[in-house]
Design a protein around this ligand. Sequence first.
Ligand code: MG
Length: 384
Amino acid sequence: MLSLILVGAGKGERFGFPKAFLKIEKYPLYFFSLRTFLKFNEIKEIVLVVPAKRRESVHKELKTLGLDNIKVVKGGLTRSESVRNGLRNSRGDRILIHDVSRPFIPENLIKRVIKSKGRLVVPFVKLYDTAFEEDKLLKRQKIKIIQTPQKIERGILLEAFRRSRGKNFPDESTMIKEILNVKPVYVKGSFLNFKLTYPEDIIFLKTIWRGLFKPVIGWGYDLHPLEEGRKLYIGGIHIPFKKGAVGHSDGDVLIHSLVDAILGAIGKGDIGTHFPDSEKKWKDAKSEFFLKRCVEIMEKENVIIGNIDCVIFLERPKIVKHRKKIRAKLAKILKIPEEKISIKAKTSEKMGIIGKEEAIASYSVCLLFQKTLPPFSSILKTMS
Ligand code: MG
């Protein structure tokens, strides 16, 4: 039987805080490698080792994710102690040990490790940079950079721990080589399987994370007539002017075009499908409500906003002095930084219905990112 021990009990001394609990969006770091391992039916048991005081909260978190088959055990003061605790709580005769701080382990690498025969299977990558030890140039062709997951026969792992007398080792293969002189079977590792060590490594993490998002783009347009005695709303902000947009709702062209752009990007129809003007309840409705609904739809569809670019067409008044307020308002509703929103305005040089101040129009383009992470339910499986 093959068990997996996921080690995430480190204090994160070089990192600043325990890495296992770094959250990317709503996902804790430990979930990233966990979700990849969950795809392997060969793994019959998973033990997650976390700092003692986090044990309860992680247990609860996994339960809410529907992953209550995973054992959560407390770690020790050292890596070796943590792995040892994990081992005590596992039953497999072969054990995979993996660092939670290597979140992007490729499936192929897990496959290679599982398939390789040997009492001690260790993935490695080559060193590409020039390296010195003191003044001595090292032969980099001969250097192996060791990674996890390592697959280890339970017997030799137990024996090595027994004889280690509490000594700490950077990884289990080093301990077993040193104490039992067992030669590892090496398999090709992966640079994607990097170890998050320093705070700046978050840059790599975010870059790869973004790779999990599929870009989708949407475009929207709207026009409303202008009439005296109506209030003018642009981007949810009241703009003092003698005329305002005529419409079923408050006639906010900027928000209307933006709603259409967002709905278009995710293939969810348009503003008319969601808020038909045949319905009384949208009469004189504040358009920011439509945008708030879009935020709910985006959350449901696992979509985040990349950026938004809008152009408003109107002759008067000048929008430039209201731009800051409009951006701030939209950013608040959409729950994104203002830098992601661009608002521009154009006149029509006194030509046409815009130029004659008979109408106001707006175009919006938005780039969204759709997560390709599967929902938790799709990766669930029964583990005996
Ligand atoms: Mg409209």
